[in-house]
Design a protein around this ligand. Sequence first.
Ligand code: ADP
Ligand code: TRP
Length: 337
Amino acid sequence: MRIISGIQPTGPLHLGNYLGAVKNWLELQRNKNNECFFFIADYHSLTENFEPKEKYNQILEISAELLALGLDPGKSILFIQSQVPQVTELAWIFNCITPISFLERMTQYKDKSQRQSQNVNAGLFTYPVLQAADILIYRGEAVPVGKDQVQHVELASDAAKFFNNRFGEYFKIPKAILTQTPKIMSLLKPDKKMSKSLGADHCIFLSDSPAEIERKIKKAVTDVGPAKNQKLTTNNQQPVMSPGVSNLFLLLENFGDAKDVKKFLDDYRAGAIKYAELKEVLAKRITDYFSDFRKKKEALLKNSEKISAAYSQGSKKAQKIASKTLGEVKRLVGLRK
Ligand code: ADP
Ligand code: TRP
């Protein structure tokens, strides 16, 4: 199966990005039946407010992070979106077959237009069309993304269907593959998803130092504990976990071992949990989990030619496929004989 996914270079990766996206990419890469394409969506990242002086470093940093996590240019095609300019040509053709009303429905567009009300640019609006081109130019079939991106993958399926209806059967219809992991919530506002747009203290970045991880987790919102203030669910009479606590348990399930989870769940059910203790264990587990990653990332950033080489090799392969698709599309559309 041909798998495609991208991530925007807008800052260092946090635990939400890892559990919601990249971890799944690593699993897909492991399966030899998959042909994986993973890329840095730098063109998409220009739709948000950005600092030109920082952009290149953001691209380099996330490129290094993906390699340090184990994405392997020998197994997957890793590339930078803007190094395959054919995708913008296909996006233009898709722009001309996508109804505006479909784009107006996109919840991310509505959210971001409010968040960056001074910068509601046309790119922000047609962003899902470029995403459709990203997927279809490589004839992608499956797109591993988090829940927030499902609507965009559906738009890519719509674009493929519009194209096939108008110009003849050509594209396969792509589908989203959802990760099993539920959303990771902010440490400080656990009713909101962990996102760098909330601020650095809401997130744990994979490259945070052990001291930083400990400091952030210590500040994470919990509750007064189920023994006091106990709310009961109607069916199983278990205390209802507050969002902050359930987020910490979710992290412990992912980065700790089964013994840790059992111990703290038992304590929690008995109304005897000590959050300071849970936080200490969790901070240690996250620190250990990413210790190898931190070293690899640092080493790669000291040798940025190695990073560029890994991605330019992938960009060349991607270009070849993209050119072929674009040539065939231009013929079908009537731009070429
Ligand atoms: P951010 O909100 O920090 O800017 P992005 O929107 O760039 O993150 O998300 C990049 C990828 O990570 C997407 O595939 C998205 O689904 C996933 N992702 C982002 N935040 C979370 C989260 N809190 N929990 C799970 N997955 C997430
Ligand atoms: N829009 C995606 C995000 O913000 C990134 C992205 C761009 C993407 N093109 C894609 C994801 C194609 C999957 C497939 O996370």
